[in-house]
Design a protein around this ligand. Structure first.
Ligand code: SAH
Length: 415
């Protein structure tokens, strides 16, 4: 799905106070006009690489107008004001709240490509690859895929709701909110305010969902990369679903760790840590199946063309591809090795290069066809209990029986 064409976006509107200052006036001290000047309307019309900023009074008369682009000098002043300098004169705009200031400054950053050159994200990511990545997540069908992954979504739902103590009246940051689903869970768990940051164009749909669910007072969608947006305040909890194939794919864990710059010093990260496990496996059938995919290139007369000189290159290419699948644990030949990434302690830079030393204790002999990797993530909240999952199998018959019990909610039979 294509992003909304720049220049066709609806304008953003704010209520502001305005002071025009020349250099000579600066030492005299800055005083915004009194109550008589309270009803100004600021409108930002985002273009492709610039934005039209217009301030009008109650009668619709334009009192200030400028074009802001990447060369425009502007800076924040105090909590909720911005100073835009044009030549020798400056305009001081005071917003009604810190939140309004934040959405305004994020909008400016976006359309003026302000942070393009220097954000941590753009330094580490090829521009074309980032565009393709966010185009993918901009599709509702892709968000639907994730929402319909029952194990994923239901696990996040129960992890957040069961740890409601950690969310009650708290300020939460949802990193890469997508459709906004985790932000809604946070509100269900009692969060006072959620900042939902999303870099792809799906942000506008998240905003629509927030409005249609009447939660605009609780959830603020901030469109942009977590590395580039500004939040109006620091947060108590960060939530996110940043895991890719083999945990690390997509490099979104780095964005998740980056978000800690907004986290209060005793704040919580959900998920809190992840364990990646791996072990050597033997699977003749999988190996043969994959190998035989290259047989196509064995043909000596494909429409009269001999393809066989490319067979080896095809084998190399196929075997450089990691295979994503489920497997039976019995193919593993050694005890697993575990590597932990603690999201509370790790720094973004720690994931630029990941080195995992390993020694396998073999449990059986045989041909090793590859290494199997999988991971889990943990939500370490304040809930001091466990869900108990019991599965019992009768060896002779294979008959299986099991149950899930909630240890903190026992039935007290004794008198
Ligand atoms: N939280 C949603 C979506 C998870 S998929 C859910 O659980 O269903 C990850 C989302 O993070 C995608 O929508 C992607 O566009 C977004 N994302 C990835 N990197 C990001 C970054 N650096 N800043 C903001 N959003 C990002």
């Amino acid at each position: 799905m294509a992003a909304a064409a720049p220049g066709t976006q609806p304008p953003l509107r704010y209520s502001v106070k305005l002071l025009l200052v020349s250099e000579e006036q600066l030492p005299a001290g800055l005083q915004l006009a009194g109550p008589g000047q309270s009803a100004l309307q600021l409108e930002v019309q985002p273009g492709e690489e610039d934005a039209d900023v217009t301030v009008t009074d109650a009668d619709g008369v334009c009192v200030f107008k400028c074009l802001v682009n990447r060369d425009t000098e502007y800076c924040r002043l105090g909590k909720e004001s911005v100073l835009i300098t044009l030549g020798y004169n400056s305009a001081l705009l005071q917003f009604k709240s810190q939140a309004e200031y934040s959405t305004f400054s994020n909008a400016l950053k976006r359309c003026c490509n302000q942070k393009k050159e220097d954000s941590v994200f753009s330094q580490r990511t090829d521009e074309a690859s980032a565009a393709q990545y966010f185009q993918f997540y901009g599709c509702l069908s892709q968000q639907q895929n994730m929402l319909q992954d029952f194990v994923r979504t239901a696990t996040y739902h129960s992890a957040i709701l069961q740890n409601h103590i950690d969310f009650k009246d708290k300020v939460v940051l949802d990193v890469g909110c997508g459709s906004g689903i985790l932000s809604f869970f946070a509100v269900q768990a009692g969060a006072r305010k959620v900042y939902a940051v999303e870099a792809s164009s799906v942000a506008k749909y998240a905003e629509l969902l927030v409005r249609s669910n009447n939660l605009s007072d609780k959830i603020m969608v901030l469109s942009g990369k977590i590395e580039e947006v500004s939040l109006p305040e620091s947060v108590d909890v960060v939530i996110s679903e940043p895991m890719g194939y083999m945990l690390f794919n997509e490099r979104m864990l780095e964005s998740y760790l980056h978000s800690k710059k907004w986290l209060k010093s005793n704040g919580m990260m959900f998920p809190t840590f992840s364990d990646i496990h791996f072990a050597p496996f033997s699977d003749e059938q999988l190996y043969m199946e994959h190998y035989s995919r290259t047989n196509f290139w064995y043909q000596e007369c494909f429409y009269g063309v001999n393809l066989s000189s490319l067979r080896n290159a095809a084998v190399d290419e196929y075997f450089r591809q990691p295979i994503v699948d489920t497997f039976d644990m019995r193919i593993l030949m050694a005890r697993t090795v575990k590597y932990t990434v603690n999201f509370t302690e790790a720094a973004e830079e720690d994931l630029q290069r990941v080195e995992i030393p390993f020694v396998f204790q073999m449990m059986q002999s045989g041909l090793i066809h590859g290494l199997a990797f999988w991971f889990d993530v943990a939500f370490v909240g304040s809930l001091q209990s466990y869900d108990i999952q019991i599965v019992a199998v009768v060896d002779q018959t294979g008959f299986k029986s099991g149950n899930i019990l909630d240890l903190k909610n026992p039935f007290f039979r004794y008198a």
